[in-house]
Design a protein around this ligand. Structure first.
Ligand code: PLP
Length: 419
């Protein structure tokens, strides 16, 4: 039924029918939290071997991993992680188990010390460009540091480059841009080579402007292996080696928050971050780095391992996408992305995201809060919702998506009827 073409009486009738199904759902006491993109237990089990693989072999490249030393990380771990970011091992620091915490470190460092001969960010007005919808924790980091966020629209090639160019050309308080270049969170957009090149060729007015290149999903293909242009190569070519700072982790390759994370940057950025870490820690956890090196081995093997993740994830994505196609192709009250990798499906409701969230919650389904993919939680159209298919079982997803579709329809009908 096309909700925009039927008359009011039929739409009211449809609403009554759906409300009945919704109340039956509520009685069933469904309970599921789908709010975050967590790997499922089945995915975590793919890396179980890690937990036992350094039993009695703990020397690597001449370093006893149980002891202090090797601030930048084990050479083998640096080599391994560099491939996830596209820089060389010498430009890579492997540190801790979370890329988000490394992003926090970069911003903290520049707030305290400044970079590229510029004053500390704490003494300046700081603004970041935030391609939106985007990753909520990037935006929370900005809020934490008091960084003003400027939303930038996204299209199928990546962020709106013309807007970026124009803003950074005159405003030297714009110090950075968040980029999730492959399978962006939540849209699943893969930046085109043109966009990567344009970013690498930016001419920011701020001498301490940074491209924060969060390559969280570089090997997280659901279908074929997609390659994007190399931001480091492009920046070097354009004489902009100070622009990019890349991040990655194995949170969604091995264990979430118990994997290994890395930062990649060149020249002055590298020196500055190395200095920062040298005042923060003697050395990071090399035991876990060695475990990961032994298990993951090399980039080719990581890609094979990720095919096993894809086998688990693909049916979950497809189940949701097929359901959307069946339920919404005709009535047009929901639009959705068709990601080829990453962790999310992004949907656009008929201006009723908050209502959908509320209805889902009342029937036992927790979804990502409406608006959270926008700076300050402010979705101007109250439309976008991020769907995270990875954690629940297929059976749970089946029920959750039925409920979700029901809530999308009910909230849209209410809006159309003006009730
Ligand atoms: C784009 C992006 N960056 C970073 C992270 C978090 O990574 P980590 O676990 O390495 O802190 C996530 C997790 O969902 C993410 O989607």
């Amino acid at each position: 039924m096309n909700y925009f073409k039927v008359d009011r009486k039929n739409l009211e009738e449809e609403k009554r029918k759906l409300e009945k199904i919704y109340s039956e759902f509520k009685i069933k006491k469904f309970s599921l939290n789908m709010s975050r993109g967590k790997p499922s237990n089945e995915q975590l089990d793919l890396s179980k071997e890690i937990l036992k693989n350094v039993d009695d072999d703990f020397v690597s490249s001449g370093f006893d991993v149980r002891n202090y030393g090797c601030l930048e990380g084990l050479p083998e771990a640096r080599e391994l992680m560099s491939h996830l970011m596209g820089c060389s091992a010498e430009d890579t620091i492997v540190g801790g188990g979370s890329s988000l915490s490394l992003m926090h470190d970069v911003i903290a460092n520049f707030f305290i010390k400044g970079v590229n001969g510029c004053p500390p960010w704490s003494s300046q007005k700081v603004k970041f460009l935030c391609p939106s919808p985007g990753y909520d924790r990037h935006f929370q980091l900005c809020e934490f540091f008091g960084i003003e966020m400027i939303p930038i629209g996204m299209n199928e090639e990546g962020p709106d480059i013309e807007k970026i160019k124009s803003l950074i050309s005159y405003d030297d308080s714009i110090k950075g841009i968040w980029c999730v270049p492959k399978y962006s969170n939540p849209e699943g957009i893969v930046y085109s080579d043109r966009v990567v090149r344009e970013l690498a060729n930016l001419k920011p007015r701020a001498k301490d402007f940074k491209i924060l290149w969060d390559n969280a999903y570089s090997v997280h293909d659901l279908y074929e292996d997609i390659q994007i242009a190399n931001i480091f190569d492009e920046c070097v070519k354009s004489g902009n080696e100070n622009l990019p700072i890349a991040f990655c982790s194995t949170s969604k390759i091995t264990f979430a928050s118990a994997g290994i994370a890395a930062i990649g940057c060149l020249g002055e950025n590298f020196k500055s971050m190395r200095n920062y870490f040298s005042r923060k820690i003697v050395s990071f956890d090399k035991v876990n780095q060695l475990r990961h090196v032994k298990f993951l081995k090399n980039i080719e093997n990581i890609k094979l391992h990720m095919k096993n993740h894809a086998k688990i994830l693909r049916p979950k994505f497809e189940m949701i996408l097929n359901k959307f196609k069946n339920e919404f192709s005709e009535n047009k009250i929901l639009k959705w992305t068709n990601p080829k990798g990453g962790y999310f499906i992004s949907v656009y409701t008929y201006g009723s995201a908050k209502k959908v969230e509320k209805l889902c919650k009342e029937a036992g389904l927790v979804i990502t809060p409406a608006g959270s993919s926008y700076p300050y939680g402010n979705d101007p159209d109250d439309s976008n919702i991020r769907i995270a298919p990875s954690y629940p079982s297929l059976e749970e997803i089946g029920k959750a998506v039925d409920l979700f579709c029901l809530c999308v329809k009910l909230s849209a009908i209410d809006k159309i009827l003006g009730s």
